[in-house]
Design a protein around this ligand. Structure first.
Ligand code: NAP
Length: 302
């Protein structure tokens, strides 16, 4: 973890790659122990419908990470023209398959398939993405649940760096169901004990609200939106945003930026996540942790 001394404060760059590597090793050790004890390795299945480039890349990363954790991994590649009925039949089969601990359906789906119907068809006990309303409802009620990967990854970073949350004011910008809303809910629960303000596009005086945060979580998907005047000195800043901007300085022709104007904000912070290399690497690890929990029936005991 890189500590950089600035004029006013010591700032730590939160190294998501380092945390992800440590957690991956922990998972791999636990899986090796399971296998030594005669149990089978956790098995994650990913369903990929169509040929969307980004989805193929994500599924490829998930497959690789499964290998590193000692999991069995299967990718079910279905053609773009797969009907909703056919996809639901695959889900039924995976729900019933005792050799499958967890599965995900890579989103987005082709437009002729209802994502909500598909999510609700997944057995909550195998819903390692944590998108099923039963898991969302249980999480909101503080019950054991599969928590979706990005909010869970953010909590892991806070935990790993020993960041104090109790009684601190956390401002979350963005209220999506996959990031802003769940992370706001979780941080307000007992154990984390933040006082949370959840902001969105209709929030008034956003600059002032953001500048009152001890912990600021930017999850709105607007490149470099959070500027230095929106950040309290010594705040913890978690940047969830990922936007691709064209660049003539990289081989690929684009660069990744977050929702935070890093260069001017970082010197004011006590902790900050960079983009890339902050929240991003944690997402797959949380999926692996959920799969291990599913294999052990930790959330839904048999
Ligand atoms: P989303 O579904 O588009 O939601 C964006 C949220 O931000 C909405 O609640 C929206 O408010 C709010 N918002 C938009 N403009 C705003 C503004 N000017 N001021 C205040 N609030 C504003 O986005 P998402 O899926 O949560 O993703 C957010 C970002 O995180 C994206 O860049 C995405 O790529 C990234 N992401 C990263 C990871 C990772 O692993 N690192 C994972 C998931 C997402 P309204 O509700 O009022 O419209």
């Amino acid at each position: 973890m890189g500590k950089i001394e600035t004029k006013k404060t010591i700032m730590t760059i939160i190294d998501g790659k380092e945390v992800a590597a440590a957690l991956r090793k922990q998972i791999a050790d636990e899986v090796a122990e399971m296998v030594r004890a005669g149990k089978r390795a956790p098995h994650l299945v990913a369903i990929l419908v169509g040929t969307d480039g980004a989805s193929q890349t994500y599924v490829g990363h998930k497959e690789k990470c499964c290998g590193e954790c000692g999991f069995r991994s299967t990718v079910l590649r279905l053609p773009e023209e797969t009907s909703e009925e056919e996809l639901l039949a695959h889900i039924d089969r995976l729900n019933a398959d005792e050799e499958v601990d967890g599965f995900i359906v890579q989103l987005p789906l082709p437009r002729h398939i209802s994502e909500q119907k598909v999510i609700e068809a997944i057995d909550p006990r195998k819903d390692v993405d944590g998108f099923h309303p039963i898991n969302v409802g249980r999480m909101n009620s503080g019950l054991p649940a599969f928590v979706s990967a990005t909010p869970d990854g953010i909590l892991s970073l806070l935990r790993y760096y020993g960041i104090e949350t109790a009684g601190r004011h956390c401002v979350v910008i963005g209220r999506s169901n996959i990031v802003g809303r769940p992370v706001a809910n979780l941080l307000s629960q007992k154990g984390w004990d933040c006082t949370v303000t959840l902001c969105h596009s209709r929030t008034r005086d956003l600059k002032q609200v953001a500048a009152s945060a001890d912990i600021l979580i930017a999850a709105l998907g607007k490149a470099e939106f959070v500027t230095a005047d929106m950040v309290k000195p010594g705040a913890v800043v978690i940047d969830v945003g990922i936007t691709r901007l064209p660049s003539d300085k990289t081989k690929s022709g684009w660069r990744l930026v977050g929702d935070v104007k890093y260069d001017e904000v970082a010197p004011k912070c006590s902790f900050i996540t960079p983009v890339p290399g902050g929240v991003g690497p944690m997402t797959i690890i949380s999926l692996m942790q959920n799969t291990l929990k599913a294999a052990r029936h930790e959330i839904y005991p048999r």
